[in-house]
Design a protein around this ligand. Structure first.
Ligand code: GRF
Length: 212
C-alpha cells in the first residue's frame, strides 16, 4: 500500500488556541502572528478554565475567547463536540494546544489529523505525561528539552515536528529546569506554526520532514 503523505497547506491560515493556564506559549505564537512571522490569524482562544491567565491575556489582546465549563458537560465526548463546533465555526485550519490540560478524545483527534499541534516540555518519546521536568531530573538525564508534535490519539506520541535540547545541571530544581526549557519552547512553537503555513511540513507515517 502506498504510504500516505500529508503536506501542510501554504496559505494565510486561521488558528484556534486551546489553553488552561498561564498562556506564555500562546503569547509567543500571537507575537509571531502580529509581526508577520506566522502567516495566519488567531480566530479563537478556548479554555476549560474560566480564570486561566492566558484567557485574560487573549481578551486584553482583543482576541475572541470562549470558556466552556466542563462541570456543565461531564461527558467528555459531548464536551469535545462542543469545542469542535466552536473551532469549526471559525474556519480553523490549525489547532494549537498551549498548556491545555485536558486529554482530547480520540474522536476529536481523528477529525483533525495533522491539524493539531502540541508543545511538550521534554524530549519525546522520553518523559510523556505530567511533571516531566522533575522526572528528567530524577532519571539523571544530562539533557532534556522540548518537543512540538502533531497530536495523535496516543497522548504525547504524535509525529515530531521540532525539538530543542537544554542541559540538565546537577543543582537543577523542577523550576530552574522548566524555566530553561520554556525559553526554547517559546522559539520552536512559533517556528513550527510558521513552517506549517509556509506549506513546509511533510508528514509520512511518524516522520515529519521540513521542505526547503
Ligand atoms: C508548557 O511547559 C508546555 O510545554 C506544557 O504546558 C506548559 C504551558 O505553559 N504543555 P504556558 O501556559 O504556555 O506558559
Amino acid at each position: 500500500m502506498a504510504e500516505e503523505i500529508f503536506v501542510s497547506p501554504r496559505k494565510h491560515g486561521r488558528i484556534a488556541v486551546l489553553l488552561s493556564g498561564r498562556g506564555s506559549n500562546f503569547m509567543k505564537i500571537h507575537d509571531a502572528v502580529l509581526d508577520g512571522r506566522i502567516d495566519a490569524e488567531i480566530g479563537l482562544v478556548f479554555s476549560n478554565k474560566e480564570d486561566a491567565p492566558g484567557l485574560r491575556t487573549a481578551r486584553e489582546r482583543g482576541l475572541e475567547t470562549v470558556f466552556l465549563n466542563p462541570k456543565l458537560t461531564p461527558d467528555k465526548e459531548e464536551y469535545d463536540r462542543e469545542i469542535v463546533r466552536e473551532v469549526r465555526k471559525r474556519g480553523t485550519d490549525l489547532i494549537c494546544l498551549a498548556g491545555y490540560m485536558k486529554v482530547l478524545t480520540p474522536t476529536f483527534c481523528s477529525q483533525f489529523k495533522n491539524r493539531i499541534m502540541n508543545i511538550h516540555p521534554a524530549l519525546l518519546p522520553s518523559f510523556p505525561g505530567l511533571h516531566v521536568q522533575q522526572k528528567a531530573i530524577d532519571w539523571g538525564v544530562k539533557f532534556s528539552g522540548c518537543t512540538v508534535h502533531f497530536v495523535a490519539v496516543e497522548v504525547d506520541m504524535g509525529p515530531i515536528i521540532l525539538q530543542a535540547a537544554v542541559p540538565v545541571f546537577r543543582d537543577d530544581t523542577e523550576e530552574t529546569l522548566a524555566a530553561r526549557i520554556l525559553v526554547e519552547e517559546h522559539k520552536i512553537y512559533p517556528e513550527a506554526v510558521s513552517l506549517y503555513f509556509q506549506g513546509r511540513l511533510e508528514v509520512r507515517g511518524r516522520r515529519v520532514d521540513i521542505r526547503d
